[in-house]
Design a protein around this ligand. Structure first.
Ligand SMILES: Nc1nc2c(ncn2[C@@H]2O[C@H](COP(=O)(O)OP(=O)(O)OP(=O)(O)O)[C@@H](O)[C@H]2O)c(=O)[nH]1
Length: 396
């Protein structure tokens, strides 16, 4: 986070007060509980896509329920730090490297098998290019890596470690421009972060982890349980809310997602939240009606704040490989994706897909996830990622 800090610094940056909440009656929002549920009984069709009546008028009055307080979760224990490294960074490097081990083993094993004390010839370069493509790095990056080797080392002896160093350097060149943190500039109004993606890509888990990070930075966070299709997703978000101290605005199963997002923004404003993170139902990018619903969520948020949503984050499950490229294209068109989070890099040998996506779209990669734990999400660092997938140690 660019301007994260303790509450005092945050308070100075943001100033003391927040504006009054518009439209929705303040009694819809209780002030102190960690988790709250707004019961909404509007059926999904209550707001027609094109007629788009004011969502706040289309639903019954919300009811606020208090959920039992659950103690915030403690951070996971840090493993022993590398000498001279900051403990958190060291711990993350450890997780990143072991999380990406399947990718680095697939790449490194293939490279080790073809570079056994031999001169670099055209056949070896072709074999290498195949390995890089199979690891989902993308045609362009694979071609660049082999071109660099051809230019600098052709007909010379070269070890697999040297090849991996070239691989890391080329991958870092691709990733460095997209490694951009999620920036939350000072504002009197809540920053609205919409999280989209296909089913099971890790939206809710990522939101929970993000809420924890923002809470630790002293931000006041509201979560909107916009995945109204799946009751378990709402429960999951409530648990995250309780763990992180974020308030959760949720509705009845099947409630209208756009209306819920609208209400959540009203509630976030009334509560003086710094950030509203809106969860959405998982949807396949080829399901037109679900994609239309997503467009409606965006439209309805804009009715209250024309600049919202300020961030549209697409979560991508690394294990889906090449399909992730199609997801970026379609979600980009429908929801105006502004940044990416790649999850489940720990469960796949296909972590190279992040490189292909960076090369193809140039969209900011804010975070990567390498596990289900609360501390398994960190801002994306191009150099660390490149060296980890190449199976090399960290710089410095
Ligand atoms: N190994 C691993 N598992 C993850 C990671 N991120 C999320 N998961 C798991 O992936 C599964 C799906 O995550 P959810 O957060 O429920 O995904 P979702 O996109 O909200 O799912 P839907 O609500 O069905 O659309 C859960 O079991 C998570 O614990 C990660 O970085 N690594």
């Amino acid at each position: 986070m660019s301007d994260g800090g303790k509450r005092g610094l945050f308070g100075r940056l943001f100033g003391g007060g927040k504006p009054e909440a518009p439209a929705r009656p303040p009694e819809a929002v209780a002030e102190t509980e960690a988790v709250e549920v707004i019961e909404r009984d509007a059926p999904p069709e209550a707001i027609e896509a094109e007629a788009a009546p004011e969502p706040a008028e289309s639903v019954a009055e919300p009811v606020v329920e208090e959920a039992p307080a659950i103690a915030p979760v403690a951070p996971e224990p840090e493993p022993a730090a590398e000498p001279g490294a900051a403990p958190v960074k060291a711990s993350w490097w450890h997780k990143l490297k072991s999380g990406l081990s399947r990718t680095s083993t697939a790449l490194g094993g293939g490279i080790g098998a073809i570079f056994t004390k031999r001169r670099l010839d055209e056949a070896t370069l072709e074999d290498l290019e195949d390995i890089l493509i199979q690891a989902d790095l993308g045609l362009a990056t694979a071609a660049r890596i082999t071109a660099t080797l051809r230019r600098d080392r052709f007909d010379k002896e070269i070890s697999d470690t040297e090849v991996r160093a070239v691989l890391a350097a080329e991958v870092e060149k691709v990733l460095a421009p997209v490694a951009r943190p999620l920036v939350l500039p000072p504002s009197d109004l809540p920053r609205v972060v919409l999280v989209v993606g296909v089913n099971g890509s890790g939206k809710t888990t990522t939101i929970g982890k993000l809420a924890m990070k923002l809470g630790r930075e002293g931000r006041k966070v509201t979560l909107a349980a916009g995945d109204t299709f799946r009751a378990a997703a709402v429960e999951q978000l409530k648990i995250w809310g309780a763990r992180t101290g974020a308030r959760v605005i949720a509705g009845e199963p099947g409630a209208d997602a756009a209306g819920l997002a609208y209400d959540a923004l009203v509630a976030a404003r009334a509560a003086g939240s710094d950030v509203l993170i809106v969860d959405t139902a998982g949807r396949l990018q080829n399901r037109a009606e679900l994609m239309a619903e997503l467009e409606k969520v965006v439209r309805v948020l804009k009715k209250q704040d024309p600049t919202a949503p300020h961030d549209v984050i697409l979560t991508l499950d690394a294990t889906t490989g090449q399909n992730a490229i199609n997801q970026v294209e379609i979600f980009g068109k429908v929801a105006g994706v502004t940044g990416l989070v790649m999850t489940k890099l720990d469960g796949t040998a296909r972590g190279g897909i992040l490189v292909a996506i960076a090369d193809t779209f140039g969209l900011p990669v804010h975070y990567i996830g390498v596990g289900e734990g609360v501390d398994d999400l960190e801002p994306f660092d191009a150099g660390d990622f490149a060296r980890a997938i190449a199976g090399l140690d960290r710089h410095g």
